[in-house]
Design a protein around this ligand. Structure first.
Ligand SMILES: *Cc1c(COP(=O)(O)O)cnc(C)c1O
Length: 382
């Protein structure tokens, strides 16, 4: 199988599997228990928190483990607005992941004024629009770091500089940048930052939120005193341990991985452009995570390509999401001005640690034929 959907999720690193298996076998204790069985687990969680926080340039006291990247995003947005009830405005963008976008839509229904800042045809945020949108009532700016569909990376530092003029806090969803480029919360200057374990070869069902020391936030889940009293619920201890191991491996491999992935992705991109006529690259030529390769194949439904590739054991994703009750085009692609019929012909290939040059070669041998066959049988003009 050739897995080119690493932005959706990544396979577990073997070291993570091993570490989690060991932990599940040896440590079932509840970290809140006061006897040694619990204390040992608490110590392991503390150590893991240092590892994950450290990899982001944060202090251990600034990191909360959550149940997913989605929960981290929900927590940041709802928790920050909840903590400052006099501020009832939120600024975000038109190309956010549903974890942010749907949260913003929900809050909008609840009476929060939400500004969705537009992006240009490469997916880069309109910074002037953002600056003009800030008011004394703005409680939070939440802008994603790298986009999961097209890979465009926003200038978060610049956004923070704009926000600082008026003291508005900034959250960034960095789920897609974590592991793909060095991240440092102090360099970025953000107040809150979301990450997720299963996008960095760790387990599903565990994420983290960085909360800058002193930054205001209210819990959104209530119960016990776990996670500095900010996120109640018995910890997903095997998940957290797996997350820590994934980060440890990342720290060792990140630079090599990313150098290699940049080459593979460049070969894939160039191959598609050379071998297949009438393709359109979606995304920014430079300001992007290069392992994300999104192309439109005008004249063909993306889903047809996806299914044809699936019969060859190649996993990719469509740029568009189908919703019940009719076809809906990708919010991201329509935000960058891609026409609906072009959006519906777009395929995302996202590379990861375990992809090889041979796999890319195989894809470049198979994909052009698939596209050509569909175009031959299709009556559509391109
Ligand atoms: C995957 C993803 C999320 C959600 O993370 P989960 O852990 O799957 O909930 C949020 N934002 C972005 C940009 C993502 O790619």
């Amino acid at each position: 199988m050739i897995y080119l959907d690493n932005n959706a999720t990544t396979p577990l690193d073997p070291a993570v599997v091993e570490k989690m298996a060991w932990f599940i076998r040896e440590h079932f204790g509840n970290p809140s228990s006061l006897y040694p069985l619990g204390r040992t687990v608490k110590d392991i969680i503390t150590e893991t928190r240092e590892t994950v926080a450290g990899s982001l340039g944060a202090g251990a006291a600034e990191l909360i483990f959550t149940g997913s990247g989605t929960e981290s995003d929900n927590f940041a947005i709802r928790g920050v607005l909840e903590a400052s009830p006099d501020k009832n405005e939120l600024i975000t963008s038109t190309i956010e992941h549903p974890a942010v976008y749907e949260t913003a839509k929900f809050l909008q229904k609840k009476g929060i004024k939400v500004t969705f800042v537009p992006v240009d045809s490469y997916g880069l945020l309109d910074l002037d629009y953002l600056e003009r949108s800030i008011s004394p009532k703005t409680g939070l700016i939440s802008i994603m770091h790298a986009n999961n569909e097209i890979g465009t990376v926003q200038p978060i530092r610049k956004i923070v500089d704009i926000a600082r003029k008026t003291g508005v806090p900034v959250h960034t969803d960095a789920v897609q940048t974590f592991g793909k480029r060095p991240l440092d919360v102090k360099d970025l200057g953000v107040d809150y930052l979301s990450v997720s374990a299963h996008k960095i070869y760790g387990p599903k069902g565990v994420g983290a939120l960085y909360i800058r020391r002193g930054a205001a936030i209210s819990p959104i889940i209530f119960g016990g005193h776990q996670e500095h009293r900010l996120r109640a619920g018995t910890e997903n201890t095997p998940g957290i341990v797996g997350f820590g191991e994934a980060v440890r491996v990342l720290n060792e491999r990140q630079d090599d991985d990313n150098r290699r992935l940049a080459e593979l992705a460049a070969a894939l991109k160039k191959g598609i452009e050379q071998k297949i006529p009438h393709v359109k690259f979606n995304g920014h030529p430079e300001h992007r995570i290069n392992s994300t390769v999104n192309f439109a194949f005008p004249g063909i439904e993306a889903e047809a390509i996806l299914l044809a590739l699936a019969t060859k054991d190649i996993c990719v994703s469509t740029g568009s999401a189908c919703s019940e009750g009719g076809e809906e085009v990708s919010q991201v692609l329509s935000s960058i001005g891609v026409k609906p019929e072009i959006a519906r012909s777009s395929i995302r290939m996202s590379l990861g640690r375990f992809n090889t040059a041979e796999e890319i070669e195989t894809v470049l041998n198979i994909l052009p034929d698939i596209v050509q066959n569909f175009r031959e049988i299709s009556a559509l003009d391109i």
